[in-house]
Design a protein around this ligand. Structure first.
Ligand code: ROI
Length: 161
């Protein structure tokens, strides 16, 4: 059984574009991947850290939620992930945003991901992949933050080809 999932990608340490490209390559081992445009995004959290590169990948996979989470954490660790303070800079962040239409709450995982609707660096790339996407019945397109985006487009949807 194949499941449609969405993964948030973020990096603001090292060669972020290359790091995100390599992450997408590894995601392709888990299923069929499409990517959003690549964006630059000002940091949410402490402001004395570099801007982020952000994107979202749609992954169609047969992995169960926690098996997928394990795989994402392995990719983060293989990337030589460095993460200093809480809400601080990191080499690679892979967040499981959505898993099919499921609501999941356990110690390791909350899906839909917390704060998803408040983060333009998640909502806008999600809309690249599905302009009609709804989360808990709420349309993303109607979100206030879509109209007041702080993102800059760095590359179109072929950036990870
Ligand atoms: N800010 C932006 N712009 N992009 C991120 O991916 C991101 N990730 C984080 C925090 C520290 C919350 N800030 C971010 O984990």
């Amino acid at each position: 059984m194949m499941h449609k999932t969405f993964i948030g990608l973020g990096s603001n340490l090292g060669d972020s574009e290359q790091i995100l490209r390599e992450a997408v390559e590894k995601l392709r081992e888990l299923g069929v991947v499409s990517v959003s445009k690549l964006y630059q995004s000002p940091p949410m959290g402490p402001q004395d850290q570099p801007n982020y590169h952000n994107a979202v990948a749609q992954l169609i996979t047969d992995l169960a939620p926690l098996a997928l989470l394990d795989a994402l954490q392995s990719i983060e660790n293989e990337s030589g992930r460095v993460r200093s303070r809480r809400w601080g800079e990191r080499t690679l962040d892979l967040d499981l945003l959505l898993y099919a239409e499921k609501n999941i709450i356990n110690e390791r995982l909350t899906v839909p991901h917390i704060g998803i609707l408040e983060r333009d660096f998640v909502v806008i790339p999600l809309l690249d992949l599905d302009s009609e996407l709804k989360i808990n019945g709420q349309s993303l397109q109607s979100q206030e933050l879509v109209q007041h985006s702080t993102l800059t487009v760095l590359a179109d949807q072929t950036w990870a080809d």
